[in-house]
Design a binder for this molecule. Structure first.
Ligand code: FAD
Length: 533
């Protein structure tokens, strides 16, 4: 993926489809359209996954909670949602085996009456998955539950149900989807914003773009414009029609990261109802423990920050359900994400709003895709492109290929390749395993750079190495220090202080790769420090 080559194309070509927003949704739309042989452009005003798509719980799931709603309300459409998402879960595990894996999740049960309730519910989850099942759920007694999760509170523990979902690295998956779209011929550029929409005879015919790194502005022509701006979908709709009524609402979710010894390496934990009915996850993730909750109504803003009350809430739940001593000093990193939900102004509780996606077409032909979840990005892309074909009377060369097309790095991924990578690059095993999973069958290219003198860790104690900075700049369109520390590597999501310490070295490596002068280096360092702290 080459940002500058894509920008040249954005200045000279016209496209069948222009996609606004390089999160999971927009990247999925661009990939779907490109696999059909359409000419596609994708622009993202910040970085791929810089919005909600890097801030998720990192679960690929059918939605156990939505299943509960489906049963309680006999709601067929919710059943279908869960079944579709379970199908997508299986697809994602297949097309991105380097970035996604099955994860066992335990729900501890403290009330005898809960046991048949959750057992039956999770059996239904297995049944709905059908062929897409990962492994069957099962009940464990209190003793085994404590073996799996020694930090669970023993008093009144009746046992637990273990079920399976998928877990993934969301930002790297997002970048992988954008790279795959680029490999399929799409012009894909981050740090390019849509600042206006162009019309011909009252129908959309293009957009005004700005390179947010240089402030250069120009126009691009496209037959169909797809608005995949996530929580900012309504802001883009206002570029089309300043009077457009809002379609979206947002709910926020906060996560914190703790050391890995707060969770077992291979089992996550789900508390379905905390003190105020919200769900709490405690999951092993990238050698750490991720704890989080979702669904608080929230205003729409760029870069939302965790509030003190969010953090206190999570710590309080941890004290309540675990025999763990944990306080703010144990928190290595934290973040908040905004879930774009299709709004129903009458519903007060955002957890009850539909997770399904909605495709909206304006009078001028703007196709807005909104709602959904990470797990279903591929289906959302498919449905959106089907709609766009009609809007633009487009003639694709073939059907969508995304059900079979591996995400970049996935086609020839093998878990055992880590040993070879380690031997070739003389890398310690944690680094080799990390590179193998993060880059899949493209990891040898990163190792080739490491061998040329860039094998050092960015900071002690984390597997991210200097070669990734150079690879990120050359092949993954990383253009800022935060692009590297937050989304090419996940250092800032795992350990904020370590990320701050890595800034000078990343700046030096990026300066060489991108030709920054001293003034730029200093400005980039300042901007990264401000953002991360
Ligand atoms: P975004 O990722 O926000 O992308 C929209 C992009 O559009 C942004 O990058 C933005 O910069 C860009 N943009 C906006 N305006 C413009 C413009 N004018 N020009 C160019 N670009 C523009 N789903 C799951 O399946 N599993 C989970 O475990 C899970 N956990 C979640 C936890 C939390 C806390 C939250 C909030 C959500 C979670 N989700 C999960 C849902 C999932 O993360 C979202 O549905 C998904 O990431 C939304 O992606 P998106 O592309 O629509 O939005």
């Amino acid at each position: 993926m080459n940002r500058e080559a894509s920008i040249d194309r954005l200045k000279t070509e016209s496209f069948d489809i222009l996609v606004i927003g390089g999160g999971a949704t927009g990247s999925g739309v661009a990939l779907d359209a490109a696999t059909r042989g359409l000419s596609v452009a994708l622009v993202e005003r910040d970085d791929f996954a810089s919005g909600t798509s890097s801030r998720s719980t990192k679960l690929i799931h059918g939605g156990v909670r939505y299943l509960e709603q489906a049963v309680l309300k006999f709601d067929r459409s919710q059943f279908k949602l869960v079944r579709d998402a379970l199908h997508e879960r299986a697809t994602l595990l297949k097309i991105a085996p380097h970035l996604a894996r099955p994860l066992a999740i335990l729900t501890p049960l403290y009330n005898r009456l809960e046991v048949p309730y959750y057992r039956t519910g999770l059996k239904l989850y297995d049944r709905l998955a059908g062929k897409a099942s990962i492994r069957k759920s099962y009940f464990v007694g209190a003793k085994e539950a404590l073996q799996k999760f020694p930090m669970l509170k023993k008093e009144n523990l009746r046992g637990g149900v273990v079920y399976y979902d998928g877990q993934f690295d969301d930002a790297r998956m997002n970048i992988g989807i954008a790279i795959t779209a680029s490999d399929e011929g799409a012009a894909v550029a981050n740090h390019v914003e849509v600042i206006g929409l162009l019309k011909t005879n009252k129908k959309l015919s293009g957009a005004k773009l700005r390179d947010t790194l240089t402030n250069e502005e120009w126009e691009v022509r496209a037959k169909v414009i797809v608005n995949a701006a996530g929580p900012f979908g309504d802001a883009v709709r206002k570029l089309d029609d300043p009077k457009a009524a809002p379609l979206l609402t947002a709910s926020s979710g906060t996560h914190i990261i703790l050391e890995k010894n707060f969770s077992p390496p291979s089992t996550g934990l789900l508390i379905p109802k905390t003190e105020d009915g919200r769900v709490l996850f405690l999951l092993p993730w990238l050698g750490h423990t991720l704890v989080g909750t979702t669904d608080q109504p929230a205003p729409i803003e760029a870069n939302p920050k965790p509030s003190q009350s969010d953090i206190e809430y999570i710590l309080r739940q941890l004290q309540r359900y675990f025999a763990l001593k944990v306080n703010e000093e144990h928190i290595l990193a934290s973040w908040t994400g905004l879930r774009p939900l299709v709004s129903n102004p009458k519903a007060a509780d955002t957890a009850r709003l539909s997770r399904d996606h909605v495709i909206h077409e304006s009078d001028t032909g703007l196709v807005t895709i909104a709602g959904g979840k990470w797990t279903t990005y591929r289906k959302m892309g498919l449905d959106t492109v089907n709609h766009a074909l009609q809007v633009g009377n487009l003639k694709p060369l073939r059907q969508s290929q995304t059900e079979r097309r591996h995400i970049a790095g996935g086609a020839k991924f093998e878990a055992k390749a880590a040993t070879l990578l380690g031997n070739r690059g003389k890398l310690e095993s944690d680094i080799a395993i990390h590179l193998n999973h993060a880059y899949g069958d493209r990891a040898p290219e990163v190792v080739s750079i490491a061998i040329r003198g860039f094998a050092a860790r960015l900071v002690p104690g984390h597997p991210f190495i200097e070669a990734e900075v150079i690879y990120g700049a050359k092949h993954e369109s990383a253009r800022t220090i935060v692009d590297i520390l937050s989304r090419r590597t996940r250092l800032s999501f795992l350990d904020k202080n370590a990320a701050l310490n890595a800034i000078p070295n990343v700046a030096k490596l990026l300066a060489e790769a991108l030709g920054w002068n001293l003034k730029q280096v200093n400005a980039e360092i300042k901007s990264a420090q401000d953002y991360l702290s």
